[in-house]
Write a protein that binds this ligand. Structure first.
Ligand code: SF4
Length: 365
């Protein structure tokens, strides 16, 4: 069995680590690229959201490298994600790509189904080994998130342009290379040291912007045109409202690990404006605006794929939530027709607005 799975930012580091820890052969799709999206857009339904198209492209590219089994998350609720695995499987079959598809449904809804599906991948491995592998995958995701979080602070203050990006790539490589929990511990430390070695001006004034919205577009740099990097180079310190390790703790570990930020705070803060689940991270998008405003952020950027239903609902409520929090919010919608230059122009205009607003406030106007 040669298992593949879709890309979503640095998710591959933790899933690959977890599967290889169990001795399962992994075929990693090449990083998302123009080709991946072209393939997905060619064979996917036109009005499907971008994650489906990029996933489809990932699976075609992984098949070319020899993958024969797909491991994919499922879901339930208003968002279409719940049936994407089945749709993608049917499209791949029609195209002549013969894959075995293993769909992992969220444990809070179908725990016995989930355990049966995990066994399809892990075979005769004991549950103790599987639990150890999941823990190991989580530790990798935490190590990745910690170096990414450091990059948010370092990039807008770096003295030599591009040094943070090079350090981050090197730190992620260290974490990816680690083969067992002991090595991972040392690699996580080395990763942080690499990040701290970037020369910075700690006194440089920065604008603080929260990145909020749909999970896939937030985590996958190809889908968001590397928004963190662009903002950082404009002198903006970002914070992403979602990190993989936080999602794992919230949804797989039911919040058992303490001291990790939880999306529960966002959902609770959404209540005056949105009182029920609308799928995806729609509630979190609304609630995060007031949470970030309280933390002193200057603005927020909502990112989501064209036709994403939960985020369209959130977008319609944002004007009220943003006015109540007194925080400007820019919405960016991406699909296969979006261009990087247009995105940069809109970001520059928004950051300019935030900088003027901050300046006027400091002057007491
Ligand atoms: S949350 Fe939005 S973009 Fe993500 S799968 Fe659902 S509809 Fe598509």
């Amino acid at each position: 069995m040669k298992v593949t799975f879709p890309h979503m930012g640095n998710l591959y580091i933790c899933v690959k680590g977890m599967l290889e820890y169990l001795g399962i052969e992994v075929v990693l799709p090449p990083p998302c690229s123009k080709r991946t999206l072209t393939l997905g857009a060619k064979y996917g339904p036109e009005f499907a959201c971008m994650p489906l198209k990029l996933n489809l492209g990932n699976f075609i590219e992984a098949y070319e490298l020899g993958a024969d089994t797909i491991m994919m998350a499922g879901g339930c609720g208003p968002c279409r994600f719940g049936y994407y695995a089945q749709v993608e499987h049917a499209i791949l079959k029609d195209l002549g790509y013969h894959y075995k598809m293993v769909v992992l449904e969220p444990p809070d809804k179908h725990i016995t189904e989930l355990t049966a599906r995990i066994s399809e991948i892990t075979g005769r491995k004991s549950w103790l080994q599987v639990i150890r592998a999941i823990r190991y995958g989580y530790l990798k995701s935490r190590a990745v998130d910690e170096v990414e979080m450091l990059s948010y602070k370092i990039r807008p203050r770096e003295l030599r342009m591009g040094e943070t990006d090079r350090a981050l790539a090197q730190a992620l490589k260290e974490i990816e290379k680690a083969d067992n929990p002991q090595e991972l511990k040392a690699a996580a430390l080395r990763g942080k040291e690499i990040m701290y070695s970037v020369a910075v001006d700690p006194h440089r004034p920065v604008i603080k912007v929260a990145l909020i919205g749909e999970i896939y577009t937030l985590l996958e740099p190809f889908a968001n045109f590397n928004i963190e990097r662009h903002l950082g180079r404009m002198g903006v310190e970002v914070d992403r409202s979602l990190h993989l390790s936080e999602w794992i703790n919230d949804h797989l570990f039911m919040g058992l690990i303490k001291g990790i930020r939880s999306s529960k705070a966002y959902r609770e803060s959404a209540k005056p404006f949105l009182n029920h689940f609308v799928g995806g991270h729609g509630m979190e998008t609304i609630g995060s605006i007031s949470v970030y405003a309280r933390q002193g952020f200057d603005g927020a950027v909502q990112v989501f794929p064209f036709t994403c239903m939960p985020e369209i609902v959130a977008q319609s409520i944002i004007p009220k939530a943003a006015a109540a929090a007194d925080m400007p919010v820019l919405t960016l919608i991406v699909d296969e027709h979006s261009g990087e230059a247009g995105l940069i122009t809109r970001l520059e205009a928004f950051i300019d607005l935030l900088a003027r607003r901050k300046h006027h406030r400091a002057m007491g106007q």
